[in-house]
Design a protein around this ligand. Structure first.
Ligand SMILES: C[S@@+](CC[C@H](N)C(=O)[O-])C[C@H]1O[C@@H](n2cnc3c(N)ncnc32)[C@H](O)[C@@H]1O
Length: 203
């Protein structure tokens, strides 16, 4: 089965993922799924999604045993929390009121001073309630997209989070350098053994 509505699984060991990506993300590939599926090789040893973003292709393939990475630390922290603490994340998000004042209060919180759980809740809350789902940071790395204006937003769908959590039982990596090669991570020449940075660690 596939996690994408109305599509048939490409691979026998695929599992059901969320119906749609958990985040709005620029450059998401949801609209291109049929084309991407046609272009997939039918046999390979391991699927590595190194530019994860909203993960549209990853969710639609539903392949356990994959590897995922992205250079955005907020994004990778979010997916780690989805994987490790889905119920706690849903509860934390439910505790965040959606009003203009609350939006700016929550936006002012500094992610580095929050627990991984609160940081993930803040991240998805801002992603769903900001203007156009646009992830934009200033020179200091602070999220600065304005409020989107809607207060009736469903920030997270419980079933989708649980499905995503099951499928994300995979290594989640963030490259030390914002570079990946096609074999894996940390593609700095002569430094293949450099460890990946854990989400939330300062460079
Ligand atoms: C367009 S999104 C990916 C869309 C996604 N693969 C899908 O199926 O919808 C691109 C992502 O690549 C990440 N990215 C950009 N440059 C990167 C790099 N050099 N290494 C790792 N991730 C990178 C960005 O943070 C962004 O989240």
């Amino acid at each position: 089965m596939s996690g994408t509505d109305g599509q048939t699984a490409l691979f026998a060991d695929a599992v059901i993922g969320p119906k749609r990506p958990l985040l709005k993300w620029a450059g998401g590939k949801s609209q291109l799924m049929a084309v991407l599926h046609r272009a997939m090789p039918r046999e390979f040893s391991r699927y590595a999604e190194l530019f994860f973003g909203g993960g549209a292709l990853f969710w639609s393939l539903g392949l356990p045993g994959s590897l995922v990475a992205d250079s955005n630390p907020e994004l990778m922290n979010f997916y780690e929390v989805v994987r490790d603490a889905p119920k706690e994340l849903l509860a934390a998000v439910r505790g965040l009121p959606i009003t203009k004042d609350d939006y700016y209060r929550i936006r002012r919180l500094r992610p580095g001073k929050l627990t991984g759980l609160d940081r993930a809740a803040r991240f998805v809350y801002l992603n769903k309630t900001c203007y156009n789902g646009l992830y934009r940071v200033n020179r200091d790395g602070q999220f600065n997209t304005p409020f989107g204006g809607r207060t009736d937003v469903a920030v997270l769908d419980e079933q989708d989070v649980q499905a995503a959590s099951s499928l994300l039982r995979v290594p989640i990596r963030m490259p030390r350098e914002p570079r990946c090669d096609q074999n894996g991570l940390n593609a700095r020449k002569g430094d293949e053994a450099a460890p990946e940075r854990r989400c939330g660690e300062e460079p």
